[in-house]
Ligand binder design. Sequence first.
Ligand code: CP
Length: 338
Amino acid sequence: MAIRHFLSTQDLSRDELERLLDAADGYRNTKFGDALRGKSVALLFLNPSMRTRTSFELGTWQLGGHAVVLQPGKDAWGIEFAPNAVMDGDAEEHIAEVARVLSRYVDLIGLRAFPKFVDWQEDRQDKVLKSFARHAAVPVINMETILHPCQELAHAMMLRDRLGTKDFRGRKYVLTWTYHPKPLNTAVANSALLIATRLGFDVTLLCPTPEYVLDEQFMQQARGNVAESGGSLSISHDIESAYGGADVVYAKSWGALPYFGNWGPEKPIRDAHRHFMVDEAKMALTNNAVFSHCLPLRRNIKATDAVMDADYCGAIDEAENRLHVQKAVMAWLAGPAP
Ligand code: CP
């Protein structure tokens, strides 16, 4: 039987998605369990993390398991991912051995591997995650590559709580680009687009220029999602009309895809849109919207203090939910389906 990985929420049926969220809701009230008793999890971080690392380590322990955290290239050997590579560079071992050896030790493998930000045509293929999944003999969990599916589940759980429903049809969801001095990963924006369209929201992608529209593979998946869920999808570059009547505002900064590997010309465009920062005046245009962000967030750059400290900000709840949803994902992959 094929191994069931957790690489994208698009791989889950709508029913599985709902059951995972229900299971996560259960973990909110029942902190400890034995779903991972006697089991172990390897968590590989090729990039920094605070929330993901803490919530996966704690979640594993709370379910009776043991987590091993590795940072290849820092406290573990650097890994080569290219097939047939002549390994005369820095990497000491190949993914073909790493994934198979870890599969002999542990029951689940989590991986964080951001894009290299040099060539989007290469990064958009998510080869590092796919090669782990191909070589591993145990389930692999995406802890953020070009998607962040664990964040999606945590976000969906927060929206269920804040909007008091599981049926989001007819609600307006604004995914807004916001300012950051550096070009960041598109993963959370891609993921927000997928989950909001999957849940049936009327989604507006608000970004400075057409160059900031997300990768076509995810736009296409989002269009497929709304066709099924009864939602809608539009693109806007106009702040006032996009925020108008919104029920949810989700903010994220990301680099414009055409500039991957040549970020110089993107900088002036980015800097000309500092006013995309989420502030009280923009939130006043909404239908008392819930605001959120995946964190980490630079205050008064991406969103103001007033927005982050407002009752309508769900970012801390969403961060807490990472613990609950990941416990549900790990319990599912290590045992029977929820
Ligand atoms: N949101 C999120 O994944 O946070 P970390 O980068 O701190 O893990």
